[in-house]
Design a protein around this ligand. Structure first.
Ligand SMILES: [Zn+2]
Length: 140
């Protein structure tokens, strides 16, 4: 892994912070890669790299076929923020393929950890949502 931004055109940004060398022999250099962007210094450099190398990447990873989620697995819990809904009606168990959009309690929508951590917008996994649907008699 290189400590330098992987966009070969990074020095062309010609930012003040990229200047090195002594008077008469100055030059622009690549930025160092940043923690967040990992291999690049910025989103712009990552995008430039991606445009140039996306075909190589997709060939290396391989193509996949169309993916589907069937009706029986289409359950999920949605958190809807509504300042008017005083604590209730914020969580919904949904399966739009089945035409279900049911209000559920916070205790049903979240794990005990999520409730303890006050992460209002987190919800149980889709697999847990499916189990909840069975428990509530909405699915078998
Ligand atoms: Zn860069």
């Amino acid at each position: 892994m290189s400590e330098w931004c992987q966009n070969k055109k990074c020095p062309e940004k010609k930012n003040q912070g990229q200047i090195r060398g002594s008077k008469g022999a100055k030059y622009y250099q690549s930025n160092k890669s940043s923690g967040y962007y990992e291999y690049w210094c910025s989103m712009g450099c990552r995008d430039a790299w991606w445009i140039e190398h996306k075909n190589t990447c997709i060939q290396a990873v391989g193509f996949i076929d169309k993916q589907v989620i069937h009706l029986a697995d289409a359950w999920y819990v949605e958190y809807r923020y509504d300042y008017r809904a005083e604590g209730h009606d914020r969580y919904h168990l949904k399966n739009l393929l089945k035409g279900v959009d049911q209000s559920i309690t916070r205790e049903q929508a979240q794990t005990p950890e999520q409730i303890a951590n006050e992460n209002w917008w987190y919800t149980i996994s889709d697999a847990q949502a499916k189990e909840l649907a069975v428990t509530l008699g909405l699915a078998s």
